[in-house]
Design a protein around this ligand. Structure first.
Ligand code: PLP
Ligand code: ZN
Length: 372
């Protein structure tokens, strides 16, 4: 039966139940047969909604879209190898989070929800705020005080109520959970509809590589919203008989905040408490990812790895990307830094997203450029 399924107690709720977690407190997944017909898909306009039968929004009139998706994939020479970069910084709000926001906010509109709350280190807040604005849904966004000014300006422009929370990213998450007691939680880590949007990353890679799966996906990971989405997408393709094998999923963390690396290396099944120090990779500074076990399970199941890179390595990768004409925010340089640092990861066709636009973090970017 289709619906929302609890990861902890296996309770199944109807697909249109406006809940973001199980009564037992567990995380919800979506059970839904994604239909993918290459002939139908190829005839449609180049947006992520070309996979319409694979997206669990029932009512076409509810779809909230900026015609997003089908971002280009570019092969880029890096040292002795080639990495295929998918330009996810080109979305309307400047990050891949628009994939998740498009499906989540469309679902919220279909359910008649009038107010949402979201917490974010910046980009997910931008995305939810923009799509809520287009949908006419009231929106409150909570961010840590340290969030880049460019992202704050964006959230304010979209008309969301913005709250800056002192302390760590975890303090912001706590404040959002409290607000979510009375408002629909449009969370990119809890709400399972977000991952039904980010999974279109995998569909597009498959289609753009000639209806074939690459051998590996290399991506920055904090809460895992793109990693989990990518896995779901490739799993859908495998279950539909369109590919034989799911690519290795390689998660790259910031060395200053790397709980998933600890989990992976030490064979743990729960996220250990880690000391989180500041990093220029603000997009993945997540000390307590709620879907941590799910992320590490995917890495293990697909034969991938978790690795980490430090700020100096990120800066070098960022500068290198700039010299190739690609201006992205520091977090987006993580896969490139890992590719350069760990040749042992190389093998077969490898795809990495450039997750966010450099214009979002101009202050940080200027500092990096000036020091060199
Ligand atoms: C959100 C984000 C990431 C990482 O996403 P997680 O869901 O935390 O794994 C990476 N890069 C950018 C630019 C982001 O906005
Ligand atoms: Zn449950």
């Amino acid at each position: 039966m289709n619906g929302l399924v609890c990861q902890s107690c296996a309770t199944v709720y109807p697909m249109n139940d406006p809940r973001w977690r199980c009564g037992c407190g567990g995380l919800l997944d979506i059970r839904f047969e994604a239909r993918l017909d290459p002939e139908k898909i190829a005839r449609r306009k180049p947006t992520m909604w070309r996979y319409r039968e694979a997206l669990p929004v029932g009512d076409d009139a509810a779809v909230v879209s900026f015609d997003e998706g089908m971002t280009p994939i570019l092969p880029v020479e890096l040292g002795p190898g080639v990495l295929h970069l998918k330009l996810e910084q080109l979305f309307t709000t400047g990050s891949y989070k628009d994939r998740g926001a498009a499906v989540l906010v469309s679902k919220a509109k279909e359910l008649g929800i009038e107010r949402v709350v979201e917490d974010s280190s910046g980009n997910a807040g931008c995305a939810i705020a923009a799509y809520a604005a287009k949908a006419g849904i009231r929106c409150e966004i909570l961010v840590p005080e340290s969030t880049s000014p460019g992202k704050l300006a964006q959230i304010l422009f979209y008309g969301a109520a913005l709250k800056r929370i002192p302390g760590s990213r975890e303090e912001t998450a706590k404040a959002a959970l409290a607000a979510a007691e009375s408002t629909y939680y449009a969370s990119h880590s809890w709400n399972p509809f977000f991952f039904q949007g980010t999974k279109t990353f995998a569909y597009e890679v498959w289609e753009q590589m000639g209806f074939r799966a690459p051998d590996a996906i290399l991506l920055p990971v904090g809460n895992g919203t793109l990693l989990i989405g990518s896995y779901i997408g490739f799993r859908d393709l495998k279950e539909a008989g369109r590919i034989d094998r799911i690519p290795r999923h390689i998660a790259v963390q910031a060395a200053n905040c790397a709980p998933l690396l600890r989990m992976f290396r030490d064979g743990l099944d729960v996220v250990p408490p880690v000391e989180s120090r500041e990093t220029i990779a603000e997009g993945v500074a997540i000390a307590a990812p709620v879907r941590g076990k799910e992320i590490v399970d995917i890495v293990r199941r697909t034969g991938g790895q978790v690795v980490a890179v430090d700020d100096a390595e990120v800066e070098n990768a960022l500068l290198l990307l700039g010299r190739k004409g690609l201006y992205v925010e520091p977090t987006s340089a993580l896969p490139v830094a890992a590719y350069l640092k760990y040749p042992a990861l190389h093998g077969g066709v490898m795809v990495a997203p450039l997750t966010g636009h450099g214009l979002k973090a101009n202050e940080k970017m200027l500092k990096i450029a000036s020091v060199r």
